[in-house]
Design a protein around this ligand. Structure first.
Ligand SMILES: Nc1nc2c(c(=O)[nH]1)N[C@H]1C(S)=C(S)[C@@H](COP(=O)(O)O)O[C@H]1N2
Ligand SMILES: [Mo]
Length: 251
């Protein structure tokens, strides 16, 4: 994609209010505005008219939403200008730190583990939302159990092969059944732009917690705030229970 599109610093102050509502016309007009400014550069999703975009277009008498570059609602985000591609053969995920059995997984190893599927709404802290998005992958708790987390452990640090992005979770959060190392999204293998071949998916939190291009999970003795958290966003990013931003990161 090439477009640098980190989290907009002027997060939509309306976004918390949008969460309880069905995706409405107002949000789409906002989306269209951003798209016209060139801020939205998500790949066009191959879903067809029976997908989310179809549902959206059906609710839009102008039909204009069908022309949006971020059809389906997702926007492409990367804090780096470019991200190396990792093929299925090249990909590795390392689990290390305060564990008895540090482990490196290939993509095939991850696919060979039991897979779980979840269908939830994706919510970005800036206000856009994609309802009913299927994710599939391996529960993070399974990888932690396999590694043997030591008693002194308190948190996890996630690193990415973009070389820049990081994220964090407490051990308790990481063990929730709705947190996974995701291999599929929207019933397809996760493509490069969405963080493939493997991204984190933290369903109950704002989407910035769901680190793309996941390459490392390190078990630590304390929470080390992630990329956006160092820039003022809440570490505990529960959708609806945090404003997604503890401070103004632009200052
Ligand atoms: N490595 C990495 N992961 C990331 C980001 C990023 O810039 N780099 N952006 C986060 C944010 S703010 C959002 S909203 C989602 C966007 O995911 P998408 O590009 O699949 O829509 O990824 C999250 N994970
Ligand atoms: Mo986001």
């Amino acid at each position: 994609m090439g477009t640098v599109n980190p989290e907009p610093s002027d997060a939509d102050p309306e976004s918390p209010e949008e969460q309880g509502r069905p995706l409405g016309r107002r949000l789409f007009l906002g989306t269209l505005g951003l798209g016209a400014l060139g801020l939205a550069a998500a790949p066009v999703l191959q879903r067809g008219l029976d997908g989310i975009l179809g549902a959206v277009s059906g609710a839009d008498p102008t039909g204009l939403t069908g022309l949006l570059p971020n059809g389906g609602g997702f926007r492409y985000y990367s804090v780096t200008a470019s991200v190396p591609h990792r093929s299925a053969a090249d990909y590795r995920l390392t689990v290390d730190g305060l564990v008895d059995r540090p482990t490196t997984y290939t993509l095939a190893d991850l696919h060979a583990l039991p897979q779980n599927r979840m269908v939830r709404d994706v919510q970005c802290v800036t206000g856009w939302r994609v309802p009913h998005t299927p994710f599939e992958g391996v529960r993070l708790s399974r990888l932690l159990d396999a590694a043997g987390v030591r008693g002194s452990a308190k948190a996890l640090r996630f690193t990415c092969f973009d070389g820049a992005y990081t994220e964090s979770l407490t051990l308790e959060q990481a063990r929730r059944p709705d947190v996974m190392v995701a291999l599929r999204m929207q019933d397809k293998d996760i493509g490069h732009d969405h963080g493939g071949p493997v991204r984190l998916y933290v369903a109950p939190m704002y989407f910035y917690k769901s680190a793309k291009w996941l390459s490392g999970i390190t078990v630590t003795d304390e929470v080390r705030p992630g990329y956006w958290e160092d820039r003022g966003y809440d570490v505990d990013a529960w959708v609806g229970r945090s404003n997604g931003r503890g401070d103004d990161p632009t200052t």
